[in-house]
Design a binder for this molecule. Structure first.
Ligand code: PEP
Length: 251
């Protein structure tokens, strides 16, 4: 089975020239793999041009964020239809950095449904900000899933990806342990089954939070996940190439 790797470039790099270069080295690294499906989420302003240069190649593109509204007076926003028109087939929804800027779970609910209506695959990000021994983080994740997935039918579950991202791990160098991820993956599946029935067992789950070239293969082997969402390492071309190679070597 192929691992899904989502490269979330966030607000990087500063220029289109650098974005072209980064995509080119990323593409070469991806071409050397057979067991990776790569999705690149560049800043939206670079998307159309990058997509045009890589038509038909092995990379798919994602929006990092989009409005759930179709059109209208929403200064500064872009719509899912505009993103699809520019070449995105995936949309990240509810990333922790967007939630920190005020995006609510109700917003993610609308965006997941709107992305599906626009024929895009939503990547719904969930994850707790902190972890304590009392394990209330399971309740946090459950609530994010309950609200985020409330507007979809069970038949649409196959077109949704859940990215579990413990906020406390994002941006660092150390993931949570694959064993803890395995436990969380079981919990996520159980929760989705409670919400949407047996089809929930097949929901795709990826992990995000400090995925690096050193830990990616272990997480994929032991974390019970279908892939990874990679932030800062995805904009460091040599490190990202090493991460893809580590996955390839392990499969
Ligand atoms: C992310 O952006 O969701 C992320 C996982 O970032 P990083 O890989 O830098 O922790």
């Amino acid at each position: 089975m192929k691992a899904l790797v989502v490269a979330n470039w966030k607000m990087n790099p500063p220029t289109f020239r650098e974005a072209k270069k980064l995509l080119e080295t990323t593409r070469k690294a991806a071409d050397a793999t057979e067991h990776v499906t790569l999705v690149v989420a560049p800043p939206a302003i670079f998307l159309r041009e990058l997509r045009a240069r890589h038509k038909g190649k092995k990379i798919a593109f994602a929006l990092q964020n989009a409005s759930a509204e179709e059109s209208g007076a929403y200064t500064g926003e872009i719509s899912l239809a505009q993103g699809a028109d520019a070449g995105a087939t995936y949309a990240i929804v509810g990333h922790a950095e967007r939630r920190a800027m005020g995006e609510s779970s109700d917003d993610t609910q609308k965006k997941v449904a709107a992305a599906l209506a626009a024929n895009m695959t939503p990547i719904l990000c969930v994850g707790e900000a902190t972890r304590t021994a009392s394990a209330e983080y399971f309740g946090v994740v459950k609530e994010q899933l309950r609200i985020g997935l409330a507007d979809i039918s069970s038949s649409q579950l196959g077109s949704v990806i859940i990215s579990y991202e413990p906020v406390w791990a994002i941006g660092g160098e150390k993931t949570m342990s694959p064993r803890d991820m395995h436990e969380m993956a079981i919990f996520i599946r159980k929760t989705v089954v409670e919400l949407h029935g047996e089809k929930g067992m097949g929901v795709k789950i990826i992990y995000g939070g400090a995925a690096t070239e050193s830990n990616a293969a272990n997480m994929l082997r032991d974390g019970d996940v279908d892939g990874l969402l990679v932030g800062h390492v995805s904009v460091d071309a040599p490190r990202f190439a090493a991460l893809l190679q580590a996955i390839e070597d392990a499969t």
